[in-house]
Design a protein around this ligand. Structure first.
Ligand code: AVI
Length: 306
């Protein structure tokens, strides 16, 4: 626990001391942030979750055939494992290896799955999948599962490194089922990251509350507003916290001040055309095998092979 707090403290001190203030997106996910993210996935404006779910259902037969029937499924960042049963059913897997940094989430996911599927062998791994991991001995080639366009929260270089790590972790002849959000018009994108009910705003502002809770912060939350902007040239939605007045506060034992209109950059969510997604696959040593999208081209489900 002490390590997590000091990690967070260091990230906040260094992120708020730069001329372009930035706090890495992974710190959005404390318990409250994870709850708010679960709510985001059910919002009408947030199309990724329901569209990916639809694609997993619609293409179950092909998914099973192409990604390898009966192979152990290794899920990266299993979280609440909401889409896992769809892939397990599609592939007929009898062994499931959820990898997540949060032991708490793993335990929850395991308990639910074990109750629903007593015959499933579950081998949970608490770890950071952004680095190659040594898996316990598992039979045969493996199928990786990396849904939700989590890859979109990594800049291009980190995304390539991460996908290489997944390949190394999965080993020879593996396949990867990966969800990648598509480029689309800015109106839809900005609405998905700034919903009418204000849940994404609460998710972003929770980062400041987390600083106050965990790092003895004195940030006046009402001095900040949520902003989501699509940058076409960079191919990403950026989330920021914008100061609506001059503000001074303490956090992690330091003092900071910001002028009205200055921002803290809290997340990037990259979107990919089909061509860009294929380039990403090849740049990280994967070979694209299949791709499906919905009729509106909102979201892409890909199968790659090692
Ligand atoms: C987890 N990740 C893929 C989400 C996304 O769409 O980039 C996080 C998120 N941030 C705001 N809304 C959703």
């Amino acid at each position: 626990m002490a390590d997590v707090a000091s990690d967070f403290g260091e990230a906040v001190i260094s992120g708020l001391s730069q001329p372009r203030r930035i706090i890495p997106a992974r710190y959005l996910y404390d318990v409250r942030g994870s709850e708010l993210f679960e709510q985001i996935t059910r919002l009408p404006e947030y199309y990724p979750t329901r569209t990916e779910t639809l694609l997993l259902k619609r293409h179950a037969a092909d998914l099973g055939r192409l990604s390898g029937r009966g192979r152990p499924v290794v899920e990266f960042g299993a979280g609440s494992a909401a889409k896992t049963p769809l892939l397990l059913d599609a592939t007929g897997a009898t062994t499931y290896v959820p990898i997540d940094i949060s032991k708490e989430f793993l335990e929850g996911a395991m308990a639910r799955l074990a109750a629903a599927r007593p015959a499933l062998r579950i081998v949970p791994i608490a770890g950071d999948f952004t680095h190659p991991l040594k898996l316990p001995p598992l039979a045969g080639p493996l199928t990786g599962f990396f849904p939700g366009s989590t890859i979109g929260n990594f800049d291009h270089r980190s995304a390539v490194n991460l996908l290489r790590s997944l390949r190394q972790t999965l080993g020879p002849a593996a396949s990867l089922v990966i969800g990648i959000d598509s480029r689309k018009n800015s109106r839809l994108l900005e609405a998905a990251y700034d919903d009418a009910a204000g849940i994404t705003a609460a998710f972003n502002l929770n980062l400041l509350q987390r600083i106050n809770r965990e790092l003895d912060g004195t940030i006046p939350i009402d001095a900040f507003e949520h902003r989501a902007v699509w940058h076409d040239g960079l191919g990403r939605v950026e989330m920021h916290l914008v100061a609506n007045r001059d503000v001074a506060f303490a956090a992690a034992g330091r003092r900071f001040s910001m002028g009205a209109g200055e921002t803290i950059h809290t997340e990037n969510s990259y979107k990919y055309t089909l061509e860009e997604a294929r380039l990403l696959a090849r740049a990280s040593g994967w070979e694209p095998l299949a791709f499906w999208t919905d009729p509106d081209g909102l979201f892409g489900l890909h199968v790659w092979t090692a």
